[in-house]
Design a protein around this ligand. Structure first.
Ligand SMILES: *Cc1c(COP(=O)(O)O)cnc(C)c1O
Length: 382
């Protein structure tokens, strides 16, 4: 039977996410104090703030004085505005020119990804704010860095007020020599574009280059914004990522669920789909209410991951199902139905880091967290 005392609001059905707002605030302060003077934090809250809950995260740090946010899409931007988030909200991605009126109405700042796009937005006749994106080598979105003529033409568009200009680095997380070289090339291309614009008499607006790793590995750059995602949430992309600047950033998110049933499984019996796990002795198996539909990847099945119960590690056995997974608790004492299982985060003296879980799933932290399922409740703790 369930232990009644453990049934608190957000914890009642299935799995949930716990957000530690103190750690979030700590990360904002830590990042800001490491940034050059005059540089501001732009909080990247796309994809529901990497699974953390965009509204709760944005409200908390907006109240602390963070005045710039970045989202992926216009819908994400509108949601923040409707809930009273103030300051600049930059859409990093593409918005259909058919939605220019909404860009204007919600005072969202649109990224200009090339000249034809800028002209199409301008042609709608609504005054909007924008940042120019320059492609310095990633070859995804942005004006060709050498095409200062096109960029200058965008500055001249009547209905578009350009308040920022930026680029994105594609190997700034790596400290391998050739990657550092490439990053320096990107940075050089960016500043030579700016020089070209200055020669054409254009006043350079706010500049930004670095995302989290760009900042942690190239802290000496002197821009107006740092666009921080993973660093804000206190996580690394992968467990072994060394960075030049080492900051005391603390994880904001924990992923938890509960044991709903404990069963005895005799030696030689199997657990789960495909019978991939066969017990080698009489075993105690705990069934936990979380599955791949909650964003816990199925390739963490079969001893490729563990959960913490009462500060002890219990390996995941058999295949992870859509809504449940099984762990082996044969060697762990004092485990009861209703106990909390931590899948990401701390329990007692042990911790499962998001980066390590992501790596076991052959992925990176941002993918793991941004795919956390819609049915997880998010509970904020101070
Ligand atoms: C997602 C994104 C960021 C944030 O990246 P992190 O590595 O999470 O800090 C910054 N800039 C752009 C253009 C992005 O798409």
């Amino acid at each position: 039977m369930m232990k009644k005392a453990n049934l608190r609001a957000a914890e009642t059905d299935g799995a949930w996410i716990e957000i530690n707002l103190n750690n979030l605030k700590h990360n904002v302060k830590t990042l800001k104090s490491a940034m050059p003077q005059g540089c501001d934090l732009m909080a990247v809250v796309k994809a529901n703030a990497y699974g953390h809950g965009a509204l709760q995260i944005s409200e908390c740090i907006n109240r602390m004085g963070v005045k710039a946010f970045a989202v992926a899409s216009i819908d994400e931007g509108i949601e923040l505005r409707r809930h009273g988030i103030t300051g600049e909200i930059l859409i990093l991605g593409f918005t259909s020119p058919a939605q220019t009126r909404e860009l204007h109405k919600y005072k969202l700042t649109q990224t200009l990804i090339d000249y034809d796009y800028a002209a199409a937005l301008n042609g709608q006749g609504y005054n909007i704010k924008a940042h120019v994106k320059i492609d310095t080598g990633m070859h995804r979105l942005g004006f060709e860095s050498t095409d200062t003529e096109a960029i200058a033409k965008a500055f001249a568009l009547r209905h578009i007020e350009i308040s920022g200009i930026y680029t994105h680095l594609c190997v700034s997380d790596s400290l391998a020599a050739q990657d550092i070289d490439f990053t320096h090339t990107q940075i050089r291309r960016f500043y030579s574009s700016l020089d070209g614009l200055k020669e054409r008499g254009i006043k350079i607006p706010k500049t930004h280059i670095q995302s989290s790793y760009g900042f942690l590995n190239y802290p000496e750059l002197n821009c107006d914004y740092i666009r921080a995602g993973v660093a804000l949430y206190g996580i690394l992309s992968s467990p072994m990522n060394a960075t030049k600047l080492r900051l005391d950033l603390r994880p904001v998110l924990s992923l938890k669920s509960k044991i709903i049933l404990i069963r005895q499984v005799k030696c030689g019996e199997s657990v789960g789909y495909g019978r991939s796990f066969i017990t080698e002795k009489n075993s105690r198996i705990a069934i936990i209410s979380i599955g791949f539909a909650d964003g816990f990847p199925r390739n963490l099945s079969c001893n490729n991951s563990a959960v913490l119960i009462g500060g002890q590690r219990a390996p995941v056995v058999g295949k992870i199902c859509m809504d449940y997974l099984a762990v082996d608790i044969t060697d762990i004492d004092n485990v009861c139905a209703g106990d909390i299982a931590t899948l990401i985060g701390k329990d007692g003296n042990d911790e499962l880091c998001a980066a390590a879980v992501a790596e076991n799933a052959n992925s990176i932290t941002s993918e793991l967290l941004s795919r956390m399922g819609g049915r997880l409740k998010i509970a904020a703790k101070n």
